[in-house]
Design a protein around this ligand. Structure first.
Ligand code: GDP
Length: 297
């Protein structure tokens, strides 16, 4: 399970400080040393770890006896609050267009789970938000991507707009926008091309698609198993094309947690959803506070 190592690593120090009726500066320092090691081991960005430890230490040293909590419990609460803050604080909702259709662009590197997530998101939008989405197959470079999206569409009984692999993605999206008007689709989800590496051609293509109609959301799909690479990818995509949020996939695996804990702070964009499995209903809104509780056990 995700975060298992981190949660386990933190349990000892949490238990030690929990019962304390008095927390000395030395206690806090010792705890923060262990928290620091645990976060580094979980592959959290070093700068993020440093800032986190500094913030928690400042708040935790000198905690006073509050009515309902022991000083030890207060320290744990501070750690939880700061972990929640680190992951974005509040859950970040989807931004819908005031005037439909809402345009959502899915971007990311190959294998991150972009096409799968496109289907999952469409299902969620239909089920939870009562929307009528159109999926657009604009990933013409990965041989099976168009077909994969069509299969997903069939499975979910959702319309997929595709023009094969010989038409440019910009043209595909242009025509998809027209089609959505005819069919009254209130959301359009564009599955754009993924590459093995970030390159100029990919970024230019995304910019060209963007220029057709300003998307309401640009979701970057990243694989949580890739740790700090996912964080770097998020930063690069954000700098190059501007993303509005991140979908972190494969959180059902045994990812150490570094990406989930670092992305918000490094790339300055919220994690909006997490992928919790290969099945189409395995997409969940990301709740920073719940995630922090899970980490702290
Ligand atoms: P793309 O190249 O980015 O479009 O990637 P795909 O959508 O084809 O996904 C790559 C692989 O990751 C597929 O085998 C998916 O089933 C799998 N995958 C995607 N999201 C998740 C997830 O949240 N959990 C798990 N376990 N597998 C996932």
């Amino acid at each position: 399970m995700a975060f298992e190592g981190l949660a386990e690593r933190l349990q000892g120090t949490i238990q030690r400080i929990k019962g304390k009726g008095k927390v000395s500066e030395a206690d806090v320092k010792e705890m923060m040393r262990e928290v620091r090691f645990a976060l580094i081991e979980a592959d959290v960005n070093l700068k993020v770890v440093k800032e986190f430890v500094k913030k928690v230490s400042e708040r935790a040293i000198g905690v006073d006896v509050m009515k309902s909590l022991t000083p030890g419990q207060q320290v744990i609460k501070i750690v939880k609050d700061e972990l929640t803050e680190l992951m974005g604080g509040e859950q970040s909702p989807i931004k819908f267009a005031q005037k439909p259709p809402t345009v959502i662009m899915m971007v990311g590197l190959q294998g991150a789970g972009k096409t799968t997530t496109t289907g999952k998101l469409a299902l969620l939008l239909r089920k939870k938000y009562n929307r009528n989405p159109l999926l657009v197959a604009a990933d013409i470079y990965r041989p099976a991507a168009v077909q994969q999206l069509q299969t997903i569409g069939k499975q979910l009984s959702l319309p997929v707009f595709s023009m094969g692999t010989d038409v440019s993605p910009v043209e595909i999206v242009r025509q998809a926008l027209e089609k959505s008007k005819e069919d009254h689709n209130d959301v359009i989800i564009i599955d754009t091309a993924g590459r093995l590496h970030i390159d100029e051609v990919l970024m230019q293509e995304l910019k060209d698609i963007r220029a057709l109609k300003e998307p309401d959301e640009v979701f970057l799909v990243v694989d949580s198993m890739t740790g700090q690479d996912a964080v770097n990818v998020a930063q690069s995509f954000n700098e190059a094309i501007g993303i509005t949020g991140v979908v972190l996939t494969k959180l059902d695996g045994d990812t150490r947690g570094g990406a989930a804990l670092s992305i918000r702070s490094v790339a300055q964009k919220p994690i909006k959803f997490v992928g919790m499995g290969e099945k189409m209903d395995a997409l969940e809104p990301f709740h920073p506070e719940r995630m922090a509780s899970r980490i702290l056990g």
